[in-house]
Write a new protein. Structure first.
Length: 150
């Protein structure tokens, strides 16, 4: 999707996926109400590189990234999406604007999805049904195919 020129749509899906991964790893039903902030933070803390949790202090990423993207499909003006493969400033601030590199963001999601699958395999008594885990495996298979193509 990213290499096909749909970086922005990939950005939206990646952002929305963070909370979903948090919902998979918690002990509440998938459709539990009023859990978005906790699930988003939990996914960042348990599944993503530490820089994400650091940036989410005081729910900054939740407010400026997740809420904006989920509700209006656009991040706050404090966040810029970059796609220049040479730019290595992922999750760094420049002039008070956080730069999110779409390729690194995608890699971080793939790694988080892999950790989620490991979590599910280790959990002996999964109390909730996760009907879409095969989609996570499909994402990982696709990502691994892309790695071998490059």
């Amino acid at each position: 999707m990213i290499d096909a020129g749909f970086q922005y749509f990939a950005f939206i899906l990646i952002t929305q996926s963070i909370e979903t991964l948090g919902a998979i790893i918690d002990n509440k039903p998938l459709k539990a109400k009023s859990q978005s902030k906790q699930r988003f933070a939990s996914a960042l803390y348990k599944l993503f590189p530490g820089r994400y949790s650091f940036l989410n202090k005081n729910n900054w990423l939740y407010d400026k990234l997740r809420n904006q993207v989920v509700h209006v499909l656009y991040p706050s003006s404090s966040i810029h999406i970059i796609n220049n493969k040479e730019d290595k400033s992922h999750l760094q601030f420049e002039n008070n604007i956080l730069k999110i590199h779409i390729y690194d963001y995608y890699k971080d999601l793939v790694n988080a999805a892999e950790k989620t699958l490991v979590f599910l395999e280790k959990k002996d008594n999964l109390e909730k049904e996760i009907p879409f885990c095969f989609h996570i495996e499909s994402l990982l298979n696709s990502a691994n195919e892309q790695k071998s193509d490059h």
